[in-house]
Design a binder for this molecule. Structure first.
Ligand SMILES: Cc1cc2nc3c(=O)[nH]c(=O)nc-3n(C[C@H](O)[C@H](O)[C@H](O)COP(=O)(O)OP(=O)(O)OC[C@H]3O[C@@H](n4cnc5c(N)ncnc54)[C@H](O)[C@@H]3O)c2cc1C
Length: 401
């Protein structure tokens, strides 16, 4: 049986483990966190990823946990509505909290996948027949293949492909999300306020019992300690100091939140998603940024394609990784383009563009092209043709090990 070590137990990792097990491989997932990571922001699915959820047999489970977020409105400093967007524009065809999705994927795979929590890969040494792995815990093991599904700051990418700086492209923004009280009484809805280069607001979650506070701001590269959460909170607070509307209450909520996410809005661009016996999937290989609305779809579809191509190539990883690369590339390009465009509209840089955007959003429902935004994002979600790997015969048997 071919053994595959997957680094990262969020979306791409468990989804890959699911498909690998189904094709007769033996997956092991190592996750740095001590347990499946709960909570988090809302993530959504569009187009081809909906088909993959269906083929995994988990579409109904994801639908059961859907956020059902409706309209998102934009307000002025006085809180008066100035524009809005449809739920599909920001929440896709199906939206779920990332933690709920992770729970579903973990439950679906934990019987057939070895999960190792609280550990991480320290070194990878590849030879002709496998990869020797040393873990931070000191343990040493050997696997046939290693896959990095460990996100934007992937350790596997750093170890196998070189420094993050060679692949990470900042889009010029930072993002912070945390769970706060739903003090605006948002009813399955979101409310956002903009100033040039800044977007602040919240959307309700968990049946309106709480809200996720969002802070996006444009900035050149910031120098900060990734482990110092209180300092990061103050950094975000300083960016939004003096902004009226609900900002003071959202900042206070963020300061006291049980969870806190802060990072640059960045993309990962690579010429190849594999090297030898090591490959990358999801954000680790082709992060499109939170503002693409396509990161989760990319992770789910990428896992499906990678496992499917391995199955089809009868375990020949060279042929499979090559095919995975070719099949994903245009899809990744379309999603990353949407990430750049999305940022421009979500965080308008100037007062005049902000006014223009709000005017366009106000007029859109009366225009013949009123469904344009929904259609465009669905088109990106479908910018890949999915093969039905299970119906395809492997090219040759998996070689005995
Ligand atoms: C604020 C925000 C909003 C977003 N909104 C959306 C949205 O609306 N729609 C959408 O589709 N996408 C959205 N995304 C993007 C989406 O969350 C990601 O694209 C998706 O989670 C990628 O999944 P992944 O499994 O590839 O990586 P991740 O979800 O980043 O998971 C990586 C995993 O690897 C683990 N890990 C990291 N380093 C190591 C290590 N050294 N060793 C072991 N484990 C490690 C991490 O703990 C984590 O569990 C958003 C992202 C953010 C930050």
């Amino acid at each position: 049986m071919t053994t595959v070590l997957i680094s990262g137990a969020s979306v791409a990792g468990p989804a890959l483990a699911y498909w690998l097990h189904r094709y007769g491989y033996t997956p092991t997932v190592v996750e740095r966190a001590p347990a499946p990571r709960p909570g988090g922001y809302a993530v959504d699915f569009r187009g081809a990823s909906m088909t993959v959820l269906e083929r995994m047999g988990i579409l109904a489970k994801v639908q059961e946990k859907a956020t059902h977020l409706g309209e998102v409105e934009y307000v002025n400093a006085a809180g008066k509505r100035v524009a809005s967007t449809s739920s599909t524009a920001l929440s896709g065809e199906l939206e779920i909290l990332r933690g709920d999705l992770v729970d579903i994927l973990y439950a679906e795979t934990s019987d057939n996948t070895e999960y190792v929590f609280g550990d991480s890969i320290l070194s990878l040494t590849e030879d002709e027949t496998g990869v020797d792995v040393v873990f931070e815990s000191g343990r040493k093991r050997r696997f046939d293949l290693v896959i990095g599904a460990d996100g934007l700051h992937s350790a596997v990418r750093r170890l196998a492909f070189g420094p993050e700086s060679s692949y990470l492209h900042d889009l010029g923004y930072y993002v912070s999300v945390s769970t706060v009280a739903n003090h605006m009484d948002l009813d399955y809805a979101g409310r956002l306020y903009n100033e040039p280069g800044k977007t602040i607001g919240a959307y309700s979650s968990r049946q309106n019992t709480e809200a996720k506070a969002l802070f996006y701001f444009s900035s050149g590269k910031l120098d900060y300690d990734r482990r110092d959460i209180p300092a990061q909170k103050e950094l975000v607070a300083a960016q939004f100091a003096g902004i009226g509307w609900e900002a003071p209450r959202l900042i206070e909520g963020m300061r006291n939140a049980p969870d806190f996410y802060f990072d640059s809005v960045s993309q990962i661009k690579m010429d190849r998603y594999s090297r030898g016996r090591i490959a990358l999937v999801g954000d680790a290989g082709y992060c499109a940024s939170p503002l693409s609305g396509m990161g989760t779809s990319l992770a789910i579809v990428g896992a499906y394609v990678l496992a499917g191509e391995l199955h089809l190539a009868g375990g020949d990883h060279v042929r499979a990784f090559e095919a995975y690369d070719v099949r994903m590339r245009d899809f990744v390009a379309a999603c990353q383009k949407q990430g750049v465009e999305g940022a421009r509209w979500f965080i308008p840089a100037t007062k005049s563009f902000l006014k223009l955007r709000n005017l366009m959003f106000r007029m859109l429902p009366y225009m013949p092209w009123r469904n344009m935004i929904d259609e465009m994002s669905l088109k990106v979600g479908n910018a890949i043709e999915l093969r039905t790997y299970e119906d395809l015969q492997p090219l040759r048997a998996v070689p005995p090990r």
